[in-house]
Design a protein around this ligand. Structure first.
Ligand code: COS
Length: 396
């Protein structure tokens, strides 16, 4: 750390009124500019976030952004979270992924539906980054059809025995606790028979596979997770409630989908900045290519779409903070923003010309990274299905 003083940057020192949130955003953009962006090539080549940067992210308080204050976090609402995520997403997405799973799908099940004891056991350690949270829903045979999952949890004495496997689980190799979705009612094949469990990573019945090799998001680890007679006590049942797991997963994903939409806005804004700067520097036919109207059209389309996406995310986030049911809007945002960033990344590569295909330029990496956003936490097609179902439900 050269000219960046972490003590002054500590987000915990702030009271969360509008002014404080603006201060957090200033802090974040400084951190992104001075620490994350200069090290982002290392994340790609080393396949990991440099340990000193990870420590700084913990020190600043990023792992506690959404954890309630009484459990040591900052307790940010959805709008403030979205604004922070937009800022952090202006650097390589693996940085965001490192803490976002913990503040998002890796902890929100506990925050939303956990018992007080479960909150006390996990949230303070998640908030400091001492342990990483992970969300184990997807299976080899159940991706989009999450309610068809086969992992079973069978009552045994005062607890349960879990058997099955999970696939593409973000942060699995580094997680301390997994929110695991398993079928407790074998007679109910759909979503109603599913319960959620909090399983510690050091449980001898839990094994994590080799990290997956992926198209992008290098530095963010995913792997399979296997449960082989994995015994947990009754205290591991999330909320101490049977067969409520699928609803917990959906509630968590409502928030997660807005988070991914915000991440898409941030990375789109970064891509636009890179493309604009390249277009203003690069000269062809005797002038900067930014003077050519066909380049200007691409820049203008990027700006327009990213602006609309930002407005949508902040509006939906604000509504969630006001207590509105935002299932439909979260899916609208996830659908629009993730498709938008795909188009922006494509144009950013196009504006860079041949250079856009060369790894020296970040647009090449971002082009691969953003492809994931249209897939995880529900594909674009699943978002369309959710939106249309909600429209029909309301009309009835
Ligand atoms: N909040 C609270 N409850 C919800 C909800 C939400 N957002 N969405 C659905 N539910 C409830 C429903 O109300 C229903 O309750 P009842 O059983 O009491 O009627 C129950 O959950 C089942 O809902 P639904 O009938 O819509 O379930 P489906 O099996 O049809 O599945 C989809 C719905 C396809 C939307 C769901 O499986 C899904 O989101 N799939 C994608 C999974 C995903 O995102 N995977 C990524 C993993 S994380 S990287």
């Amino acid at each position: 750390m050269d000219d960046l003083n972490l003590e002054n940057l500590n987000l915990d020192n702030l009271n969360l009124d509008e002014e404080a949130i603006n201060e957090i955003l200033t802090t974040m953009s400084k951190f992104v500019r001075e620490r994350l962006v200069p090290n982002e090539k290392r994340v790609e080549t080393e396949g990991a976030i440099p340990p000193e940067i990870l420590d700084e992210m913990k020190t600043i308080g990023l792992f506690g952004l959404t954890i309630p204050e009484e459990y040591g976090g900052l307790g940010l609402g959805m709008e403030a979270e979205a604004r922070v995520v937009i800022e952090v997403s202006k650097a390589a997405p693996a940085y965001r992924s490192a803490f976002a799973t913990t503040i998002g799908i890796g902890s929100q099940g506990i925050v939303i539906d956990g018992t007080d004891a479960q909150k006390e056991r996990y949230l303070p350690r998640l908030a400091t980054g001492e342990i990483i949270g992970s969300f184990a829903l997807t299976e080899p045979d159940s991706g989009s059809d999450a309610g068809a999952l086969k992992t079973s949890a069978v009552r045994d004495g005062d607890g349960f025995v879990i058997n099955g496997s999970k696939r593409y689980i973000t942060n699995a190799p580094v997680a301390g606790v997994f929110t695991v979705f398993a079928r407790t009612n074998p007679d109910e094949k759909g979503s109603r028979g599913v319960s959620a469990f909090l399983v510690d990573a050091d449980n001898p019945g839990l094994k994590v596979g080799k990290p997956d090799r992926k198209m992008g998001h290098h530095g963010s680890l995913t792997a399979d997770v296997y449960f082989d007679d994995c015994r947990v006590t009754h205290t591991a049942l999330l909320g101490r409630k049977m067969e409520q797991g699928f609803k917990t997963a959906m509630k968590v994903l409502d928030r997660g989908r807005l988070h991914i939409a915000a991440a898409s806005v941030g990375i789109a804004e970064r891509l636009i900045a890179d493309a604009l700067s390249y277009a203003m520097d690069r000269k062809q036919f005797g002038q900067p290519i930014s003077e050519f109207q066909l380049i200007q059209a691409m820049l203008a389309d990027c700006k327009t779409e990213a602006y609309v996406a930002r407005c949508a995310v902040l509006d939906a986030a604000k509504r969630r903070d006001q207590g509105e049911d935002i299932t439909e809007l979260a899916s609208c945002c996830k659908l629009f923003c993730t498709e938008m960033v795909g188009r922006v990344a494509d144009r950013a590569v196009q504006i860079h010309g041949g250079a856009g295909y060369i790894s020296d330029y970040m647009v090449e990496q971002f082009y691969r990274d953003v492809r994931l956003y249209r897939l995880y936490e529900g594909t674009s097609q699943i978002q369309q299905l959710i939106i249309a179902r909600q429209m029909i439900k309301r009309a009835r």
